[in-house]
Design a protein around this ligand. Structure first.
Ligand code: PMP
Ligand code: GLN
Length: 384
């Protein structure tokens, strides 16, 4: 007889992620897939060629634990140019295996059993399992149901002597909203007298629309000095399958981060770091990303103009929320399933991001797709 190991699960209530479930369902029903956030077009040939050059020229063994210094120097210069804050490339930047590993590592490095972590909901789905796995206690604070702004009073009330960390995400997945400068200043004031660490998920930092500016925590001195920022090259350079990103923060936080990083991954893909560093020397590679995706957003929104879905245009990320309250009273999980099976269109139900399950009538659509895919999706959406 096999030993009964499963009943002793560390995560008895955790199910397979929505991205796996919806992708499998979409494949089985041959649906147009605007669910998981990834582009259906390829990366720049120049980037691919730089990575392959790095492989051909022998950069195929372990990279240094923190990542190659040249890439860390380039990241430091980029952040300084954009946000006016200097991170020391020697000690304040670590290259990670995507933002997911950065987030998991940061939570593992700082959250002890019983520590409270404030999570602004709806929240990207990897935060809460990582907190739970480390014995932390999730304290959810809902973003505004109108415009997904931070509820600064709500955050203030949620803070207790046990609060160890606050996780923020701007530009925000799934809402496509960005936090304003004023909100970030208010957050800075609320935290000023506390010892709370901020984990700032900024993976969509370069995907901001309509002339708005990404408000990185790096722009706010008293936030920067208590924050770890997680970012992802996957989002910026259309290479989500490469799983490479970085974390930056003050030395005292990155030192602790590295204690975990060195044992859960040690170092990440070496030739890709080389290739990215060469490619990043030309700033237009990321500075043009906002206008590139703004065109995609506008194309998609124009195409679904006649539909019964309601929307406020996304301000950043490559996601668009569509409000289906005029179409059905279905729960979003049921509606998503029905759309895949009957209409052959896949999207993400927002309730999986721990939004209010009852009131929530939003589906999330990814517009990082070719115009042909967007046309196909719009034709379906307009008939629903
Ligand atoms: N944070 C957010 C908000 C995301 O949308 C994603 C998406 N993929 C990640 C983190 C993880 O990024 P990566 O693929 O680099 O692990
Ligand atoms: N970040 C992407 C999204 O939100 C993909 C996440 C994943 O597959 N785990 O769609």
């Amino acid at each position: 007889m096999l030993p009964d190991i499963t009943t002793n699960s560390k995560m008895p209530n955790l199910k397979t992620t929505i991205f796996t479930i919806v992708n499998e369902l979409a494949r089985a029903h041959d649906a147009v897939n605007l669910s998981q956030g990834f582009p259906d077009f390829d990366a720049s040939p120049e980037l691919l060629s730089q990575v392959s050059k790095a492989m051909q020229s022998g950069h195929n063994q372990y990279a240094p634990m923190r990542g190659i210094l040249s890439l860390r120097e380039t990241i430091a210069a980029t952040i300084e140019n954009l946000h006016g804050h200097r991170y020391n490339p020697e000690s304040e930047i670590t290259i990670t295996a995507g933002a997911t590993q950065g987030i998991f590592t940061a939570i593992s490095a700082f959250v002890k059993k019983g520590d409270e972590v404030i999570v602004l909901t709806p929240a990207y789905d990897s935060y809460i399992p990582a907190i739970n796995l480390n014995g932390g206690v999730v304290v959810p604070v809902a973003l505004s149901s109108e415009d997904f702004a931070m509820d600064i009073e709500g955050i203030k009330e949620a803070i207790s002597p046990k609060t160890r960390m606050l996780i923020i995400n701007t530009p925000h997945n799934p809402s496509g909203r960005i936090f304003s400068k004023n909100q970030m200043q208010l957050l800075q004031e609320v935290l000023r007298t506390t010892d709370i660490i901020v984990l700032s998920d900024e993976v969509y930092e370069h995907i901001v629309f309509d002339g708005k500016t990404h408000q990185s925590v790096a722009k706010f001195e008293n936030l920067a000095s208590r924050s770890i920022i997680c970012s992802s090259f996957g989002k910026t350079f259309h290479v989500t399958g490469w799983k490479i990103g970085y974390c930056v923060g003050p030395k005292y936080l990155i030192d602790e981060f590295n204690k975990v990083h060195q044992y859960n991954v040690f170092c990440v893909n070496h030739p890709i770091q080389k290739g990215l560093n060469a490619y990043l020397q030309e700033a237009t590679t990321y500075l043009n990303l906002g206008s590139f995706y703004q065109k995609k957003r506008d194309y998609f929104l124009k195409a679904i103009g006649p539909s019964r879905f309601k929307f406020a245009p996304s301000e950043g990320t490559f996601f668009q929320l569509l409000d289906y309250s005029a179409i059905t009273d279905d729960l979003d999980l049921h509606f998503v399933e029905r759309l895949i099976k009957q209409h052959k269109l896949a999207s993400i139900p927002v309730s999986v991001f721990h939004a209010n399950h009852l009131k929530n009538k939003y589906l999330r659509f990814c517009f990082a797709k070719s115009n042909e895919t967007l046309d196909k999706a719009a034709a379906i959406i307009n008939k629903i």
